[in-house]
Design a protein around this ligand. Sequence first.
Ligand code: NAP
Length: 305
Amino acid sequence: MTSAEPIHTLADLDSWSIPGTALAVIGHPIKHSLSPAMHNAALARMAHTAPRFKDWKYVRFDIAPESLPSALEKFHARGFKGLNLTVPHKVIAFGLPSVSVTPAATIIGAVNTLLWTPQGWTGHNTDGHGFSRGLQEGLHRDLHGADVLLLGAGGAARSAAVECLQHGCARLWIANRTQANRDTLLAQLASLAGAIPLSGFDPASPPADLPAGALVINATSAGMKSDDPSPVDLAALPRPAGVYDMIYNPPETPLLAQARALGLPAANGLSMLVHQGARALEIWSQSSVPVDAMREAVVKAMTAS
Ligand code: NAP
C-alpha cells in the first residue's frame, strides 16, 4: 500500500466529501491492512471494462471498538456501499441491531463484510470461502473427505470449522490455547457436525488415534510476532498431508518453517486473504472480480513493506 493513502478516523465521516462510490476497511489498528491495495487494484482493472467502477474507491478507517455502533450509522448515512471489518470488529458487529446477519454468517458468529441496503447493513462472512479457496490454491487440497486438525477457536477458526463441516470433511479435531474457548466452539458446532466426528485435542499431548494424512490448519494468531511459539509441534503428530497457516505476514511462521523442514506441503494465508476479499467485492459489485489483480497487488504491497 502506498503511504499516500490516508488513515481516516470517525471525525472524517462528519465532513466526508470524497465523491464516488466508497468502500472501506475498518479496524483498530488498521495501519498494516493490505485490503486497500488489493481492492483498488481490482477496481482499476474492473473499470477498464465497466465504466461504472471508475469512481469506486476503497479507503481505510481506524475505528475504536466502542465507536463501532455510531460509526456504522455514519457510514450508512454517508452512503458507503460496503465495509470490510477486521480485528476487533467482526464479532462486535455481529451483535449489533443495525446489522442484519445472513444465515451463513449466523452459524459462524462473526461478520467481515457489510453491504449497504436502504434498511441498514447486511452482514456476511467471506472468511470461510476464502479459506477453502485458499487451501485449494495453496495446497491443492479440498476439504471434502479430509481429516482436519484445526488450531484456534477465534473468529477465523470458527469460519474454517464451519467451512470444513459444510464441505463434508471426514473428521475434524480442534485445539486451542484456552481449552474453555475450544469446548464452547465444539459445543456450538455439534449440531452442524451431525454424523461427522468432531473432537478436541491438546497439541501438547496429541492423542494416539490422530490419523496420518490430515490437514493441519493454523487459525491462531501464534506466529504473527517474531517471538511467538509455534501452536503445535508437527513432529509430534502423525505425518500430516499438508500445513496451511492463515497468517500471511510474516510469510513464513515458525509452523511453516517446521513444515518445510519436514518436507511437508505448506502454504501461508495470502491465498485466503485474496479469496475472502474477492468474494466481498463480488457481493458489493454484483460482478465477477479479477482475482489475479488482487493477488498481484497484495504481493507487491507486501514486498514494498
Ligand atoms: P481472534 O478471534 O482474536 O482469535 C485468536 C486465536 O488465536 C484464538 O484461538 C487464541 O486463543 C489464539 N491465540 C492467540 N495468541 C496465541 C498464542 N500466543 N498461542 C496460541 N494461540 C494463540 O483472531 P482471528 O480473527 O480468529 O484471527 C486468527 C488468525 O487468523 C490471525 O493471525 C489472523 O491474522 C488470521 N486471519 C487470516 C485471514 C486471511 O485472510 N488470511 C483471515 C482472518 C484471520 P485463545 O482462545 O486462547 O485466546
